[in-house]
Structures are given as structure tokens and as C-alpha cells.
Design a protein around this ligand. Structure first.
Ligand code: BG6
Length: 479
């Protein structure tokens, strides 16, 4: 269909609601560098970039990255210049617990985040802390990583260290960033770390552990920390909108499967009143598993006890959203994979404005539809947009990013004011150009440019940062 016809024309005269929170984000591996400093041990992205550098488009790594480990004070000044209410960053697990376990707490690592948090607060900026943004200590991967259920306990131990050390000042916690993306690192077809995995099993086994780990952290906070610290905990899910290629049953069903496998598999157990994985996910994997000759589904089933334990364990719905595709069914044959289970062909409309990333087109109406779907399915939870952003090649006059930012924010305001979606905060990805995983430094998402040729990693403001600062100051999108 032509979805452009289905949504009203963008309106530009809505203001942001009172109390609306603006932020921007980074993650530890992508910006910190200092990969071997002050007692930090290796994580799975250190290992991947050094041992399988061919999986990174420019064969680069995060050894130095933006050097934010040393330049955090400068980063905080950029945040101040933007006028954001909060800064979303992640903690490097192997920097504070080099063995992966709580037997050794690395004081230098603890100090680094204390210094960052204190610097933020001294400048009037709230910290929003992601506990896990993909950089698992290698020691824990050596035990199998997320498919090993013992990881749920280790994550709880790690969470305790974070709440104990930082919870007096941190009021927003995100357990996991994009579980559907990093658990795919356990599929044999994956590019992400750890790039190992049992075909068709790895992602589901990891998912099972991650949900339990998340719930353990939430219950730990509830039982021991919430009364004194009064913070909020959620997870940052990610989902791009999928528009049925044609308005026919098959295409609608394919898009629904895409939503349920990539978002529902993680959000449904936490946010739906019945808990558990979505029905279509359970049915599809069981059906394929049987046809493939397995005696049981490749998707672990959650026990009733697990369902009850995981249900309701979030104070807000974190959403990372970037783009939109058209979807229609595609039947994959051959070895069992997550992709085969989803069974969809996703294609952009190549007339949509593009970016430096092959998957990222500028489709603001898809954002509005995605927000509506979440409101509808999960009973309008408070949503914090935990990531949204645009890639180019690092231009300072970044008109593509300005257009993306203003058009996506416009549709978000439409969703709030016209559709009643309960969106309470927005995070622009990213504060600074950084190490973009498999794309190395070839794709830039920053509001500030970073010169990676410069040993000092100089930061330079882009035009989009000025526009974002104006939006935050005026609570209005400029004409
Ligand atoms: C999100 C991640 O998936 O997308 C970020 O949470 C990442 O860490 C961003 O930087 C951009 O994706 P990519 O794959 O182009 O680096």
C-alpha cells in the first residue's frame, strides 16, 4: 500500500509536553577506548575485532575509539552545550569486574564511572545507565556466554555492584540494550560478537537467559534498593517498523511475525498481562523444529514460574527505533535459523531518502506507526525512546541528520498529541561519532564529529547539534 496516504500530513505546531526528557547516548565499547588500561580485562568485542578483523568493514577496533575514558569531561561539556536532561551511557562489565565475577572488584573501573556520574550531576545532567551494551567479559564467554543459564546469576551479581556503587545517584537503569541484536551473536550466521553458535538454537537459548537475568536484576532492585534509591529500571528493545508490502493477509502476517520475533519475544514476557513468548513465535519454531526432525522445539519453553517471575519487570519501555521496511513472506529452506523461523523478505522503498547505512532509510511515518503498535499491544506503557539516529560520512553541515531528527520528532509529537501515545523521553543516537560495530568508523551517527586520525580525537560540533539544542531549549521543532 501507500502508507503515506494513511497518515495525516505532518503537523509542526505541537510542543513537547512539560517534563519531557531529552537525552543523547553512547556505549562503552563504542567510545571509551582504554581497552587495556587500569585493570580492564578483555571483552567479546575486543576479541572479535582482534581475532576476526575481517568482520569489521575497515578492520578497525575500539582500542582507542573516541578515547572517552580520558576525555569524559570534554564529553560532558558537549552534553551541557546541547542542554540535554540526561546522558545514556553504558558500563563496561570487564572494566569493573575483570574476572567477570564479583570476587575481584576493580577500583579504577568503579572510579571511572563515579567520576563520570559526578561530572554529569555537577553539570545538571542525569545519568541513564545501560548495564549491558554488548561487551561481555571474555571470561564469561569462555563459559558459553548468554546461552549458559548460569549467566543470569552472574548478571544479578554484576547488577548488585552497580546499584551498590552508583544507585544513590543513578535513577534510570537499562538492563540490556537490544536483546534481539546481541543474542543473534549466538546464531551461526551472525556478524556480531561472539560470532559463535549452534545453528537455530543459539539466539533462543541466549534469549531465555537474558530474560531471566533482566528479571533477576529488577527483583534485586525491588527487594533491596528501590526503597532507598527510588529509581526506574527498564530494557532497551529495538524494532524497526515493517509495513505490509501489499494489504493482503500474507504480507500482514509476515510483518506481524517480524514484530513478534524481534520485539515480542523480549517485550511480551515482560509487558503483556499473560507473559510468555508470543503465540506465533512458539508455533512457528515448534512447527519448523518438527519438520527439521527435532524431538522438541528449538525455542525453550518458559515454565509457569519463570513466566510469573519475568512478567511486569519494567518501569518503562525503552525503544530503539531507526527505520522502516516493506515486508512480504519468504520461505527459507535448509538449515534451521532464526531467519528461517521469521520467514520474511524485508525491502526498503529505494525512493525513500537513504543514509550511509544500507539498512537505514528516512521514514518518519513508520516511527509513528511503531509507537502506536506498542501503545496498543502493551496497554500504553511509558515509553522512553532510548535510541534514534541517522548515519552519514561525518559531514559538519549534516542536513540529512537535521531532516531525520526534525521529521522523526514531528511524528513522535503527532503520536503523543494525536494518538495519545505515552512517550516521556527521547534519546538521540549518538552524542559523538564512534565505533559502529561491523561498520567500524565508516558510518557516523554523532551530533559531534570526532577526528579519528587525530591522536587527541578532537570533537567538532555539527549543525544537527545546534538544531537539537534549539529544540531542547524551545521545546518546539523549528520551522
Ligand atoms: C543500535 C545500537 O543498534 O544501532 C548502537 O544500539 C548502534 O550501539 C546503532 O551504534 C547503529 O547501528 P550500526 O550497526 O550501524 O552500528
Amino acid at each position: 500500500g501507500a502508507p503515506e496516504d494513511k497518515v495525516p500530513d505532518s503537523l509542526k505546531d505541537y510542543a513537547f509536553p512539560d517534563g519531557f526528557l531529552f537525552g543523547t547516548a553512547t556505549s562503552s565499547y563504542q567510545v571509551e577506548g582504554a581497552w587495556l588500561e587500569d585493570g580492564k580485562s578483555l571483552n567479546i568485542w575486543d576479541t572479535l575485532t582482534h581475532n576476526k578483523s575481517n568482520l569489521i568493514s575497515d578492520r578497525s577496533n575500539g582500542d582507542v575509539a573516541c578515547d572517552s575514558y580520558h576525555k569524559y569531561k570534554e564529553d560532558v561539556q558537549l552534553l551541557k552545550e546541547l542542554g540535554v536532561n540526561f546522558y545514556r551511557f553504558s558500563v563496561s562489565w570487564s572494566r569493573i569486574l575483570p574476572t567477570g565475577h564479583i570476587n575481584v572488584v576493580n577500583q579504577a573501573g568503579i572510579d571511572y564511572y563515579n567520576n563520570l556520574i559526578n561530572e554529569l550531576l555537577a553539570n545538571g545532567i542525569q545519568p541513564m545507565v545501560t548495564m549491558y551494551h554488548w561487551d561481555l567479559p571474555q571470561t564469561l564467554q569462555d563459559l558459553g556466554g548468554w546461552p549458559n543459564q548460569v549467566m543470569a546469576q552472574y548478571f544479578e551479581d554484576y547488577a548488585r555492584v552497580l546499584f551498590t556503587n552508583y544507585g544513590d545517584r543513578v535513577k534510570y537503569w537499562i538492563t540490556f540494550n537490544e536483546p534481539s541484536v546481541f543474542t543473534a551473536g549466538y546464531e551461526s550466521v551472525a556478524f556480531h560478537a561472539p560470532n559463535v553458535g549452534a545453528t537455530g538454537f543459539g539466539q533462543y537459548l541466549a534469549t531465555h537467559t537474558v530474560l531471566k537475568a533482566h528479571a533477576r536484576a529488577y527483583h534485586l532492585y525491588d527487594n533491596e534498593f528501590r526503597a532507598a534509591q527510588q529509581g526506574k529500571i527498564g530494557m532497551a528493545f529495538n524494532i524497526n517498523w515493517c509495513e505490509p508490502r501489499d494489504n493482503i493477509t500474507e504480507d500482514i502476517a509476515a510483518c506481524n511475525r517480524m514484530q513478534e520475533f524481534n520485539l515480542g519475544m523480549y517485550a511480551h514476557p515482560v509487558f503483556s498481562p499473560e507473559g510468555d513468548f508470543p503465540t506465533v513465535v512458539k508455533e512457528r519454531v515448534a512447527m519448523n523444529s518438527e519438520a527439521e526432525g527435532f524431538t522438541q522445539s528449538r525455542l525453550p519453553s518458559l515454565t509457569q514460574e519463570e513466566i510469573e517471575y519475568i512478567k511486569g519487570t519494567a518501569d518503562f519501555f525503552g525503544l530503539n527505533h531507526y527505520t522502516t521496511f516493506y515486508g512480504s513472506p519468504l520461505t527459507y529452506t535448509g538449515e534451521p535459523t532464526f531467519t528461517k523461523d521469521v520467514g520474511i523478505l524485508m525491502m526498503p522503498d529505494f525512493s525513500w531518502p537513504g543514509s550511509a547505512s544500507i539498512w537505514l532509510h528516512v521514514v518518519p511515518w513508520g516511527f509513528r506507526k511503531q509507537l502506536n503498535r506498542i501503545a496498543e499491544i502493551y496497554n500504553n506503557p511509558p515509553v522512553i525512546i532510548t535510541e534514534n539516529g541517522f548515519s552519514d560520512h561525518g559531514e559538519l553541515n549534516d542536513t540529512g541528520r537535521i531532516n531525520y531528527l526534525t521529521s522523526y520528532l514531528t511524528e513522535m509529537l503527532n503520536a503523543i498529541h494525536e494518538d495519545g501515545c505515552n512517550v516521556v523521553g527521547y534519546t538521540a543516537w549518538s552524542l559523538i561519532d564512534n565505533f559502529e560495530w561491523n561498520n567500524g568508523y565508516t558510518q557516523r551517527f554523532g551530533l559531534y564529529h570526532v577526528d579519528f586520525e587525530d591522536p587527541n580525537r578532537a570533537r567538532t560540533i555539527k549543525e544537527s547539534a545546534k538544531v537539537y539544542a534549539e529544540i531542547i531549549a524551545t521545546k518546539q521543532i523549528p520551522e
